[in-house]
Design a protein around this ligand. Structure first.
Ligand SMILES: Nc1ncnc2c1ncn2[C@@H]1O[C@H](COP(=O)(O)OP(=O)(O)OP(=O)(O)O)[C@@H](O)[C@H]1O
Ligand SMILES: [Mg+2]
Length: 312
């Protein structure tokens, strides 16, 4: 199957200081959900904007549905739906009018736009609020309306930039359900997220991006396997944490539990407990477990103590 998105050595700088995209290569299969996972400032929105033809890269190429974004931006725009990081709805139109307006922009007749609008409002559970001004909508409803607008044109590729940032857990789950329903209907979704849980739950494939580079790509299971077979998680009283980190050869301690890789499983656990015991340190909780996507992400994006990375 030809990928729906193909990106080759894409580069983008802002001024002299900021390298937002530092040679991105990516191929996104034409089905399911693909997640671009990365911390603040990683380059997610920049990449999305290039794919959506809203921003010109300095070099490299990007194709969407086989069409080069630089050569034929209009044809690319006809293939995609985009919901940005911040919901773009018109407060002084009703929910229905917002969608009808988008439909007209896509060249639908007034009657077609009305029909499409009510169809999508239904799908998004907004039928009851259709004739209310968008400014009376809750944050979660605005998010849904914005998502709804990105589907009016029946895109081959739906691009969602942090679809659940800043919304409460109940609405987050609702957005997840919606995405799953759209995918079941045959839409390919590219979403960016800072939430591992979201990528883990929704995505068939995940690319981790940091400092404008893709640092790992694969299924959630593949990414987890790359961290090694197991990690140890130790819970210690707050007062003992620094001493414990030192005893285990960790530079510094992030808040919460100590996590360290355990390539040799139980043997590593025993060694860690012995090291703590000789210092008179006693964990209140001990866990030998498979790595989560959280562990993978922290390790890959350099946000863990150097000693831990060196051991892994
Ligand atoms: N228009 C711009 N002018 C200057 N710098 C920019 C511009 N847009 C983005 N940047 C910078 O480029 C880098 C990548 O930004 P980008 O918005 O792509 O990150 P992101 O991964 O979407 O982050 P977030 O999770 O915070 O949305 C950042 O350092 C950002 O400050
Ligand atoms: Mg962003």
């Amino acid at each position: 199957m030809t990928p729906i998105v193909e990106v080759n050595d894409l580069r983008k700088r802002f001024g002299k200081e900021v390298t937002a995209l530092d040679g991105v290569d990516l191929a996104i299969p034409a089905d399911g959900v693909f997640a671009l996972l990365g911390p603040n400032g990683a380059g997610k929105t920049t990449l999305i904007r290039v794919l959506a033809t809203l921003l010109k890269p300095d070099s490299g190429s990007a194709r969407v549905a086989g069409i080069d974004v630089a050569a034929d931006p209009e044809a690319v725009r006809a293939k995609i739906g985009l919901a940005g990081q911040y919901a773009a709805v018109d407060d002084y139109l009703t929910g229905a009018e917002n969608l009808e307006m988008v439909g007209r922009l896509y060249g639908l007749t007034a009657r077609e736009a009305k029909r499409r609008s009510s169809e999508i409002l239904d799908l998004f559970g907004l039928a009851d609020a259709a004739s209310r001004y968008a400014k009376t909508y809750s944050g979660g409803m605005r998010r849904r309306l914005d998502l709804a607008a990105s589907l009016v044109g029946r895109p081959a590729l739906l691009i969602l930039d942090e679809p659940t940032t800043g919304i409460d857990p109940a609405n987050r789950r609702e957005v997840w359900n919606l995405v799953e329903r759209l995918v079941a209907d045959g839409t390919t979704v590219l979403l960016t997220t800072q939430y591992l849980e979201e990528a883990d739950r929704l995505a068939d494939r995940i690319a981790v991006i940091d400092h404008g580079r893709i640092i790992s790509e694969g299924t959630s299971d593949e990414l987890k396997q790359r961290t090694g077979p197991a990690v140890i998680e130790l819970d210690l009283p707050e007062a003992d944490r620094d001493a414990a980190a030192a005893a285990l050869g960790l530079d510094q301690v992030a808040s919460g539990d100590l996590v360290l890789p355990a390539p040799d499983g139980y043997a590593d656990l025993r060694a860690a407990l012995t090291a703590l015991d000789t210092k008179g340190l006693h964990p209140t909780g001990v866990n030998l477990r498979k790595p989560t996507l959280d562990d993978v992400f922290l390790e890959l994006t350099d946000h863990r103590p150097a000693a831990v990375r060196a051991e892994s």
